[in-house]
Design a protein around this ligand. Sequence first.
Ligand SMILES: [Zn+2]
Length: 64
Amino acid sequence: MKKSAHWIQKTHLFRRDEYECSACALRTDRPFKVCPNCGLPMKGSKYDPSWVDEMEAIDAILDD
Ligand SMILES: [Zn+2]
């Protein structure tokens, strides 16, 4: 069976989205069809709302 991976989409509050390879953890700014680092074919992407954590960090600062 041929291996495949997927992009984990990382959204940020103050930076543009990133895509992280689920196999090799390469981060790029766009979802390629094939990972340019490990060469595995990509099966779509998974949404990972990192900005929620970043928002909570800001709330913690503002509460101080
Ligand atoms: Zn990869």
